[in-house]
Design a protein around this ligand. Sequence first.
Ligand SMILES: O=C(O)CCC(=O)C(=O)O
Ligand SMILES: [Fe+2]
Length: 323
Amino acid sequence: MDSNSLLPLSVSIQLPVIDFSDQTLIPGTSKWDKVKADVRKALEDYGCFEALFDKVSVELDKSVFEAMEELFDLPVQTKQRHVSSKPFHGYLNYNVCQSFGISDANLVEKVNEFTQQLWPGQGNKRISETVHVYSKYLVELDMMVRRMIMESFGIEKHIDEHLDSTTYALRMMKYTIPPDDNGDDEETKLGLRSHADKNIVTILHQYQVDGLEIKTKDEKWIKVKPSHPYSFIAMVGDSLCAYLNDRFSSPYHRVIMTAKKTRYSTALFSSPKSEVIIDSPEELIDEEHPRVFKPFAYDDYRAFYITEAGRRTESPLHDFCGL
Ligand SMILES: O=C(O)CCC(=O)C(=O)O
Ligand SMILES: [Fe+2]
């Protein structure tokens, strides 16, 4: 059940912490294989894990934070100039959460288009560079994780095609402090409602202020307490679960604003390109693992998700394309 309205008590436990910082972490090494086994186990157990990744330096992290402060401080009419035809991209403002969703944030010209929308004529070179470099590093992390996942299932021959089948978007989010709630109305602390991501992999990062919660397989909400201020949460989305013939489940997660502090976060999403049909490789289909989903296009799945039926169901993926 999607328990938005009930907000049961959550517990603090540590997600598995996996270190991607090592420069010698390269495919084919024993270190790589060890990390790969940890990734597989964590994703089977939780659908997500905490990643340490020092390519994003303390300075870069600070620049991203400052860029977000500057962007969200712009007048609302300016922020609304960032528009997109894609759902959940562009500038959004819903309840306590505002967000900028930048398509193809790993491509410098696309980030420039974003800052040109906000500062017509001149753009903002500093913010463009910050967003672009940050996104490029997070893409590296996403690619390592996906490569490891595919190797762990013995589907190496599909890696290049799979990595090439996605695009990347960066979402920057600001959650303001919810209005006072008379103490017992938990629902007013909801920053982002419970959902599972629809894409391939999401790399989340929160700035100092906690709030992310993840639902475990036994239906307990875990408050995510990163072990390190610069770590990331890597999480699988429905499209990857479908591609892997249901070997992983995408975790339900939400944001609860209990800290009474403004919260900033970022999310890098890898998502299937529009023309790609998501279809499990035949290596993952056998007697023990019969085919679970019909092949589908991501855009059609997203279109289903924003319908009333898609929003209401607890298992949109199964309802949309389950066999
Ligand atoms: O702000 C966060 O930590 C979570 C964001 C999220 O789950 C999303 O954008 O899909
Ligand atoms: Fe999410």
